[in-house]
Structure formats: structure tokens, C-alpha cells
Design a protein around this ligand. Structure first.
Ligand code: GLU
Length: 290
């Protein structure tokens, strides 16, 4: 059997909050309960959204919670050549193409891109164009370890999604697939906000003939207005003076057993017990209001 290799892949757009602790803890516990490796990848490909110092602060926070990663941290900002190499291959083989459609045009057509630029000559394009995946074998379903079969509409599944943005930045969809492939990831455990777009990642991964990943999407911590707790809606950073309590709350959020003698166990023991008792079947299937 292939060795389990999982990962946590934060974007350094701010400090970790309770929602990101849940994702980090869930992916860590699943890896460790399966005697696997837990890798850390900093998804710093979007400088305008980055907050200075957030990468280091995320790493320090994870360490202070006892969530120690295996191997060196991978920084996406240092991997542009690797991404461009694969993108060039996709373009040369006719599996990607340039597109100068504006967001406004796409929204006017219902929100999904129609394939208008397929086959157009790149030299006719404006200087500002995106690169899209020629998604001829769009995947419309996959099995989630917690949620079972996930099915999306054919229009969504078959959309030629963006691999490189008009502003010259590599798109998350491209780099996540390339890095999961390069790091030999076998299991992805992350938040439910990425559930539907997983089909696109499977479609690109199939095209690149990478081995199939097993996915598990965790419930999201949401605000009373139904919004995902996120850096964008100013979720509070984790209070590092309350680490044991927060770990316990994150375990409860994930439906896992928490110790009845909470005051007598150390933070390290709490984490060790959580690894021993990790049970995917106990994870709630729906998001929860905090
Ligand atoms: N970087 C993404 C985020 O912080 C997570 C990507 C992933 O786990 O695939 O939301």
C-alpha cells in the first residue's frame, strides 16, 4: 500500500483562525492516525492578497499547537518555473489556450465561460489574456470519504477553467494539482468550501495522469449569517494563551471524543489521544455555526 501523504496548504492572507485550526487539525489527525506524513505547503501565489508576516505567523501558530509537519515547508512563490514549465507543455500540446474574455462578458452569459476563445490564434489576443484548460474530459463526480458521491452539473464540470490569470498570476487550480502531484499527496483533507471545485482538480489530474487522491471535506465553521469564517470576514486570530481549550473545541467541532478529565490532561496528551481515537465516521456532515 502507498504510504499516506497528506498536507495542509494555508494561504498567507492573515493569521490562522478557528476555521483554519479545524482544517489543520483534521488533516493532521487523519495523517497521523494512518501513520502517514503531514506536509506543509504555503500557498503564497497571490501577493495582492498576502499579509506581510502571515506565513511565519501561521508556522509559529501551528508549532505552538503541537502540529509539527514532516519535511521542509514548500513555498509556492518559489515554484514559478515549475508551474510555467507544465503550463507551456499544456499549451504546446493544445490542451490549454489563451482567452481574452472579460469577466463582464462571462457574467452576461450566465456566469460560466462558453468556450468562445477555443481555437483562436494567440497572436490575435490582447496583451492581457488568461490561459484556460481545454477541458475536454470534464469530470462531474468524485467520492468524498465523508460525504459520499459528490456530483456537479455538466456545465460546471466541462467549463474550460483558468490556469493562469490575466494579471499574470498562476491560478490556484493549476498549482494545487501540480504541487499535490509533485509532493506525492495521497490524501487531501480540507474545508468544504473547496468541495465542488475538486471535480476540476480531478479532471486536470486525470489529464496529467497523476495517481488518484482520496478526498475528505470537513464541515466549515460559519458565522450566524451563514458565511465561512475567514480572514476576509475578519475572523478573530487564534488566542495562543488558550491553546488547549481551542484544540478541545476543534476536536468537538470535528465530532471527536474529548476527555472528561480535561483539566488533568496536557495539550500534548490531548493531541496524542486525539490521534489514537480519530474516527472519520464521527465527523458531522454539515457546517456549524460558531
Ligand atoms: N490555500 C487554500 C486555502 O487556504 C487551501 C487549498 C487546499 O487545501 O487545496 O483555502
Amino acid at each position: 500500500m502507498t504510504q499516506y501523504r497528506g498536507r495542509f496548504a494555508p494561504s498567507p492572507s492573515g493569521d490562522l483562525h478557528f476555521g483554519s485550526l479545524v482544517a489543520a487539525l483534521g488533516s493532521y489527525l487523519d495523517a497521523k492516525a494512518n501513520n502517514g506524513q503531514w506536509l506543509l505547503r504555503m500557498e503564497d501565489i497571490d501577493p495582492p492578497r498576502e499579509v506581510v508576516g502571515a506565513s511565519d505567523s501561521i508556522l509559529r501558530t501551528l508549532e505552538s499547537f503541537g502540529l509539527h509537519w514532516d519535511g521542509d515547508v514548500v513555498y509556492q512563490s518559489q515554484r514559478h518555473e515549475f508551474y510555467q514549465y507544465h503550463l507551456d507543455q499544456l499549451i504546446t500540446s493544445g490542451n490549454s489556450y489563451a482567452c481574452d474574455c472579460s469577466r463582464k462578458m462571462i457574467m452576461a452569459g450566465g456566469g460560466l465561460y462558453s468556450g468562445r476563445c477555443k481555437g483562436r490564434n494567440i497572436n490575435e489576443m490582447n496583451a492581457q489574456h488568461s490561459i484556460r484548460f481545454n477541458n475536454t474530459q470534464g469530470v462531474n463526480s468524485f467520492d468524498d470519504r465523508l460525504l459520499g458521491p459528490i456530483v456537479v452539473g455538466d456545465d460546471f464540470a466541462q467549463e474550460d477553467f483558468i490556469l493562469k490569470r490575466k494579471d499574470g498570476l498562476f491560478a490556484y487550480q493549476l498549482v494545487v494539482v501540480l504541487d499535490d502531484m509533485a509532493q506525492g499527496i495521497t490524501h487531501v483533507v480540507r474545508g468544504r468550501d473547496l468541495l465542488e471545485i475538486t471535480t476540476r482538480q480531478v479532471s486536470l489530474a486525470n489529464h496529467l495522469h497523476t495517481s488518484s487522491i482520496k478526498y475528505l471535506h470537513l464541515p466549515l465553521a460559519i458565522t450566524s449569517e451563514g458565511l465561512k469564517l475567514s480572514k476576509q470576514n475578519h475572523a478573530k486570530p487564534l488566542d495562543l494563551n488558550n491553546r488547549k481549550k481551542l484544540l478541545n473545541q476543534a476536536l468537538a467541532f470535528l465530532g471527536q471524543k474529548t476527555p472528561s478529565n480535561f483539566n488533568d490532561v496536557s495539550q500534548e496528551e490531548l493531541l496524542r489521544m486525539a490521534i489514537e481515537q480519530w474516527d472519520v465516521n464521527r465527523i458531522p456532515k454539515s457546517s456549524q455555526i460558531l
